[in-house]
Design a protein. Structure first.
Length: 330
């Protein structure tokens, strides 16, 4: 049975990356939780899915920070708002978490502005106290490198300071950008590394370095691509659509062959993200009631369960533990 990972905690119920969200995931019985990290201006690793925080914090209500609203190009996309790297940690810790998609998750949004932002250290402490593992995602490493932040160095230093540098069985580090994973290997880190793989496009750091010759995500899932990855990382984590391999009607044809091929090469295979709402399901598994209503998620998730995956990311930990973990204690 796959390990069940609370994706940003339990964001199906509480604002992502909040203390309450992580505590709920742990209480529901997940095997691990997943924090994303970006750096503050003074190099503190802050737990946020993106460095632009207008949609996930109350920063836009804070007049003292109004002048810091700006525009930046992050991984080729122009964004306007407030950015973590323009604040010190002491400033960021005064902000509060908000639901990222309130139209789909109004019950979670009811808890807006009740909990402060967290550092990576805070999540590591919660995980240790709760007896669960951590799947740590490094975000936008190439973007931050241009600003003078070496995320491999910051992550390595933080794990050592927190006593997690040898937590090989309790910690995994993942990124969409292979070059930051390579820098971690060069630093001699012994934590298992996982290459995140999107359903389309190419890693932004490779696009910056190699231009149109950059290796695509799709190429990573070929036999040749898996051969390369098997020599570089310990696992892969593709978008669930790649595993489900839907046809033109949105019916899953998977599990895709690459799952077994990757495992045959010694790679662990994870997938993201299992969500029950219609908005996130393949068309064939959506039901009535609009985007926020739960569709026939069990049928979609059954394809992933039968794929023999090593791990799954879930937004609703209770559903994930019940569905994927059934029988694990029998």
């Amino acid at each position: 049975m796959p390990v069940v990972i609370g994706h940003r905690g339990a964001p199906g119920y509480l604002p992502e990356h909040s203390r309450g969200s992580y505590l709920r995931a742990i209480a529901e019985g997940v095997d691990a939780v997943e924090p994303d990290v970006v750096p503050s201006s003074d190099g503190v690793l802050v737990v946020r899915h993106e460095n632009e925080i207008s949609g996930t914090t109350d920063v836009l209500t804070r007049p003292e920070f109004a002048e810091r609203r700006t525009s930046k190009i992050v991984d080729g996309e122009r964004l306007t708002g407030w950015f973590v790297e323009d604040f010190t940690w002491e400033e960021l810790r005064t902000l509060h978490c908000r639901e990222r998609i309130p139209a789909l998750r109004p019950d979670s949004a009811a808890h807006d502005d009740t909990e402060p932002l967290l550092r990576l250290r805070d999540v590591l402490d919660l995980a240790r106290q709760g007896g669960v593992g951590v799947v740590l995602e490094i975000k936008h490493a190439a973007f931050f490198a241009r600003l003078g932040f070496d995320l491999a160095e910051l992550v390595d230093a933080e794990l050592r300071a927190a006593g997690w540098q040898d937590a090989e069985d309790a910690l995994v580090i993942e990124s969409f950008e292979p070059l930051v994973l390579a820098r971690l290997r060069e630093r001699g880190i012994r934590i298992p590394l996982v290459q995140l793989i999107d359903a389309q496009g190419a890693p932004w750091d490779l696009r910056e370095r190699d231009g149109t010759d950059a290796a695509s995500y799709a190429s990573m899932l070929t036999a040749a691509g898996l051969d390369v990855l098997a020599g570089e990382v310990q696992g892969i984590s593709p978008d669930k659509r790649s595993v489900l391999a839907p046809d033109e009607r949105g019916v899953a044809r998977g599990p895709a062959r690459f799952v077994r091929e990757a495992q045959d090469r010694g790679l662990r295979v994870f997938t993201w993200t299992c969500r029950p709402e219609n908005a996130f399901l393949l068309p064939a598994y959506r039901g009535p009631g609009g985007d926020a209503a739960f569709g026939d998620w069990r049928r979609e998730w059954a394809v992933l369960r039968d794929a023999g995956l090593d791990g799954v990311f879930v937004d609703h930990p209770d559903l994930g533990v019940q569905f994927f973990g059934a029988g694990r204690n029998s």
